[in-house]
Ligand binder design. Structure first.
Ligand code: SF4
Length: 242
């Protein structure tokens, strides 16, 4: 049961596909300009796949204590935030994870801007964000599968700089994960370099309460109106037929 901890995960042959819909989601509403951008989005989708060099590194640590708004891990790191102890309710550990699409996409974006190709640069930047999200999702799915093999339930990933966890959380992740081994560093601004990188902590445990599984999480009977970690729509205080 569980996992020996600390435990390092390794990743090989990361090459998650992205498609134009992923890029549109990162571009946001284009309104009347959408038709004019179709070719640029198709081009940027292909370019991002070509320029990406996905890499990831992750380390699991055991939970050794928790209290109001904080969770303590073996080896010293602590994470804190409004939802942290709730999301780690029942967890035996967390997987500290960093995944990057590499520096190639943003270098090309910079050169396009320098060449005066602002539209292409803007769209390729969105494709780079889509690629970073796809790489992280691919890595998190792989981690989840491995955790489940060891009889764990897996929770939604907490990411610094979101409504669920302040950007300050980056410090804990970078204290644990050997980010330099994949060419990622944390800047004084708490942003990451390369920019097309994502980080997070994935809770796990056989008795984890909040799980990343729509249809099986308690979110469906929780009416919290603005919870940023909701994995399923509220269906009422009790389930039909319960
Ligand atoms: S919606 Fe409710 S149960 Fe789900 S994560 Fe948010 S607070 Fe927890």
């Amino acid at each position: 049961m569980g996992l020996p901890a600390p435990n390092a995960f390794s990743f090989e042959h990361l090459a998650p596909p992205i498609n134009p819909d992923d890029v549109w989601r990162c571009l946001g509403p284009a309104g009347g300009a959408k038709e004019k951008l179709v070719d640029a989005v198709a081009w940027a989708t292909a370019q991002a796949s070509e320029l990406a060099c996905p890499q990831a590194v992750a380390v699991s640590l055991p939970v050794v204590g928790s209290g109001r708004g904080r969770v303590q891990f073996g080896g010293g790191p602590q994470i804190a935030g409004r939802l942290v102890s709730h999301l780690f309710d029942g967890a035996i550990g967390g997987v500290f994870t960093i995944a990057t699409a590499g520096p190639g996409i943003e270098r090309r974006v910079a050169s396009l801007f320098a060449e005066g190709e602002a539209l292409q640069a803007f769209v390729l930047d969105a494709a780079g964000s889509a690629m970073a999200m796809a790489v992280f999702a691919d890595v998190a799915a792989g981690i989840g599968k491995e955790l489940e093999v060891h009889s764990n339930r897996v929770g939604p990933c907490l990411k610094p700089g979101t409504d669920a966890w302040a950007l300050e959380g980056q410090r804990a992740i970078f204290d644990v994960v050997p980010a330099a081994s994949i060419g990622v560093r944390l800047m004084d601004s708490l942003l990451m370099n390369p920019q097309k990188t994502q980080s997070g902590v994935i809770p796990f445990g056989p008795n984890l309460r909040i799980i990343n599984d729509p249809g099986a999480s308690p979110c469906r009977t929780c009416s919290a109106p603005r919870c940023p970690m909701r994995v399923e729509a509220f269906q009422g205080p009790t389930l039909p037929g319960a």
